[in-house]
Design a protein around this ligand. Sequence first.
Ligand SMILES: Cc1ncc(COP(=O)(O)O)c(C=O)c1O
Length: 401
Amino acid sequence: MGQGIYLHAQGTRYIDCASGTFNLSLGYSAKEVIAALHEQLDRCSHLSSDFTRSKSADIFESMREFLPAHIKSFWFRDVTGSGANEGAIRIAQKATGKTDIFSLFLSHHGQTVGSTGVSGNAFRHRSFSLPFTNSVKIPAPDCANCFYAQTPDRCGMLCAQRLEDFVEYASSGRVAALIVEPVLGNGGNIVPPDGWFAAVRESCDKLGVLIIADEVQTGFGRTGSFFASTGFAADLRPDLITFAKGAGGVGIPVAGVLMRPDLDVLEPWEHSTTSGANPLALVALEETIRYIRNHDVLANVVAVSTPLLRGLGDLSRRFRCMSNVRGVGLMQAFDLPTSLDVRTFIEVAKRHGLILRGSRYGFGRTVKVRPPLIITEDEVGELLVRLSDALRAYEKEILQS
Ligand SMILES: Cc1ncc(COP(=O)(O)O)c(C=O)c1O
């Protein structure tokens, strides 16, 4: 049973710091959204996208105030982030007549063959023989582990400047797009340094490469603006934006692609799925947008992220195992010494009523802290107390073993 930010399960009242599978942006019980879904179920549970086209157009209009001004078209025929990213890749390839896709080390863009192919983690490939066709991976802007062994004050932003070399020496010479998460979520909540978005935009402009912002995690308010590309990552000026996860508010699957009008090049048969633009997905999307507007959710994220970040900083000074607190809005994280520590700590935290997730599916050493966007300041206080108790118990356990 879920209520707000809490999940009551196995006799415990957890604070869900993973927001479900990072998709319960409005928590477990946003009344208006759930009531509208009930009403829609009473009307009908499915319609072909032929019958929902005008509803999609109305919803897009209701999003316009939250979008970069140059984003004027949409494609709402997906229910997963993987599908939306594949749609954006198809659009980029068709519109440019080019083939290759740049993506970042440590990135995650989905689980389908195509979206896994452009994701930058070997552990997702090891057991298969998935095609890598047209995929070129480039170093991520991860200053804590710089690929070029530089420091931010003297690196000259090599991770953005070297794109030309990757076109010349690592690609077919025909690069359609760069796909990028504004905060690399699964890879370890990696926040690019100041100036990286502008530098990447400049390089891509020079090279004629489109930019796809994968906002599957960062979209719908997570970083304090509706999209990261209208907030802290505005200098990226993406040509396409993809969204999923939090867009369904209470966990209803819905996904889509937003784009410049001249990139609206697909025919319906070129990228469309059975459940794409189904009425339940569209109602969830519409009501989530309405809820964010009516309840000032963006302002709440900005307000509560300050005490959360401050509290995490305080804890990292008190507990030696905890380092590198970082994040934007309600997409925060910290590191523990090893990935084994992360896996163990997550179990300890569970005993203290916190649901947390690690990075890179247990292969990373980052703990992510991402409660629903409706969390109050008092609840942030409660979260920090539980986290402190869990860290104390964890350090004691480690010292004893
Ligand atoms: C940034 C990002 N893009 C795409 C995806 C894939 O979304 P889905 O699992 O809905 O296919 C994910 C899922 O975790 C993600 O985090």
